[in-house]
Design a protein around this ligand. Structure first.
Ligand SMILES: O=C(O)c1cc(C(=O)O)c2c(n1)C(=O)C(=O)c1cc(C(=O)O)[nH]c1-2
Ligand SMILES: [Ca+2]
Length: 549
């Protein structure tokens, strides 16, 4: 139940104006070339920004306008939200700042009063706020949802989403729609039972819950192959015998986090998201069956949370290959050449999957964007080498789509790993991997920004980087693509060719998705440079903002 209070008082001063973002503005956000109202730009999450003042012809002149430093020197994954010249950013450990988006002047600073228990697997991250009317919403590491008054930073209410003692925690940016705040959970490394919940934006009351692990039927269809038709080397007979013997009660600890923002199709009233790995990550004997709906795309009803369809990429995953990069809603050709409404996902597997939006039917999967090897070798106690490693392919990094060019842009990793398994029982809300995935020190790691034709699945261009890429992509109507690297380089590319047109050294890892906006008719690009915990890229505490001179 929601309670009003809990948070520390914000420091600073109120905004000089009211923030007013009614539902109509959120609905129109994809065509709004002034603001950036959703963490991934719109409910369709294409991260395609419709302003072209900064474009292929002039981006070489892009230069910093200001750098805003937070008080928290830890990994930054925030997607700034920009409303009428005011920017809202978050940091690790759930601080929120409101600043002038043209000058960097700080208005207020809110610091969440963290509870004693936090159980995040991969860094104390936060990926941003959501906005509706005059309120901001943020999920916290101690598994709360809080609402702030946007004008002052004062906390309006907070509600406990789930029990952090059991491994529940929040890193994702919520999505607000029709008065509901939608949020999932992390905890795939802790034996949670994953979900997406809807809370009332007015008071934080729970409206519905969709569990990503059904109580009955999580064994699925005993799939032999993955989504691309490769045999996953399961011992189905042994799994069936295990299920017979132990029963299906382990649904309570089967994992299936949802830790990136869902997409929403208002026309069909549908919420689309992808579900992370089963628990424990590498030790499959604890959890016979397909482990539905882990490693799947899922569609549910916005009003009720009722199941519509799912498509599972990897049944009975034993490699921590979460489906995680946020779902994008766009259109693409089917095999017969007919344009269809689609939902797409970039996998840790290194494939982009294109689904019919109404049915989930897999229309195509792209060629592998990064090297694959030994798929699907089973983990062993001494370690089995398989590519991609457990971070992907595509990590949580949101992709972008330029529909005019028919291209999806994906930030990839190449990180050779060995997968190790060890017998392991549920440790009661503590980290529960059932083994380990280890990078191979003698093998080179690198990254790849890939542009994939969504109508054919072919990689049209690629730009290889020194370091594995994590953080996400922004595409703009200026035919540009923006992406950062852990070594501090933030770059702009020609969206058609992949030619590097501009770069800037930020001094700390640029491992967050960029955004764009305009103030007073001038277009800006903003990105956080705070490094990344999971890949141990150099930490920083800065949001950098760029514009033309
Ligand atoms: O299964 C999960 O619940 C879960 C959650 C998170 C997270 O919320 O940060 C990550 C992962 N898994 C994960 O597997 C992973 O590689 C990862 C990287 C990061 C990050 O922020 O850089 N988070 C997470
Ligand atoms: Ca995971």
């Amino acid at each position: 139940q929601a309670e009003v209070q809990g948070g520390a008082a914000p420091t600073g001063q109120p905004l000089p104006k009211d923030i007013a973002v009614p539902q109509s503005r959120l609905d129109a956000a994809g065509g709004d070339a002034v603001n950036f109202l959703h963490s991934n730009g719109s409910y369709a999450q294409t991260r395609y920004y419709p302003a072209s003042q900064i474009n292929t012809g002039n981006v070489a002149k892009l230069r910093p306008v200001f750098s805003f430093q937070t008080a928290v020197l830890e990994s930054m994954e925030t997607a700034p939200i920009v409303v009428d010249g005011i920017m809202f950013i978050t940091t690790s450990y759930n601080h929120v700042y409101a600043l002038d988006a043209a000058t960097g002047k700080e208005f207020w600073h809110f610091k969440h009063k963290m509870g004693p228990v936090t159980t995040y697997c991969c860094g104390p991250n936060n990926r941003g706020v959501a906005v509706l009317d005059g309120k901001l919403f943020m999920g916290t590491l101690d598994a709360k949802l809080i609402a702030l008054e946007a004008k002052t930073g004062k906390q309006l209410w907070e509600t406990q989403i789930a029990d952090p003692e059991l491994g529940y925690s929040e890193t994702m940016a919520p999505v607000v729609v029709n008065g509901k705040v939608l949020i999932g959970t992390n905890g795939g490394e802790y034996g949670v039972r994953g979900f997406v919940k809807a809370f009332d934006a007015n008071d934080g009351k729970l409206l519905w819950t969709f569990y990503t692990i059904p109580e009955k039927g999580h064994e699925g269809v005993w799939a032999v192959n993955d989504a691309t038709g490769r045999n996953m080397l399961r011992d189905i007979a042994a799994e069936k015998a295990q299920l017979e013997q132990k029963g299906g009660d382990f649904y309570k600890t089967l994992g299936g986090g949802v830790w990136m923002a869902p997409a929403v199709d208002k026309e069909s009233n549908t919420v689309f998201f992808v579900v992370g790995n089963p628990s424990p990550d590498l030790y499959g004997r604890e959890r016979p069956g397909d482990n539905l709906y882990t490693n799947s795309m899922v569609a549910i009803d916005l009003n009720t949370g009722a199941y519509k369809w799912h498509y599972q990429y990897i049944a009975h995953d034993v490699w921590d290959l979460d489906a995680v990069s946020p779902v994008i809603l766009t259109e693409a050709k089917d095999k017969a050449g007919k344009m269809r409404k689609v939902a797409i996902h970039g996998g840790k597997t290194g494939h982009i999957y294109v689904h019919d939006r109404a049915t989930g039917e897999l229309l195509r999967f792209s060629e592998a964007m990064v090297p694959q090897e030994n798929m699907w070798v089973l983990p062993t106690s001494s370690g089995a080498r398989m590519l991609p490693g457990a971070n992907g392919g595509v990590e949580w990094s949101p992709m972008a789509v330029n529909a005019k060019l028919r291209l999806a842009y994906a930030a990839n990793l190449h990180q050779p790993m060995t997968y190790h398994v060890e017998e392991s029982r549920y440790p009661g809300g503590k980290l529960w991997l059932g083994g380990a995935f280890k990078t191979i020190p003698s093998e080179k790691q690198w990254g790849r920004l890939a542009a994939v034709d969504i109508d054919t699945g072919k990689m049209v261009w690629k730009f290889d980087t020194e370091q594995p890429l994590i953080g996400g992509v922004l595409a703009t109507a200026g035919d540009l693509v923006f992406n950062g690297e852990g070594n501090g380089f933030f770059r702009a590319f020609d969206a058609k060719t992949g030619k590097k047109l501009w770069e800037y050294q930020a001094g700390a890892g640029v491992n967050a998705p960029a955004v764009s906006y305009q103030v007073g008719g001038k277009q800006y690009i903003a990105v956080a440079a705070g490094g990344n915990t999971q890949l141990d890229f150099k930490r920083g505490n800065t949001v950098l903002v760029f514009a033309l001179p």
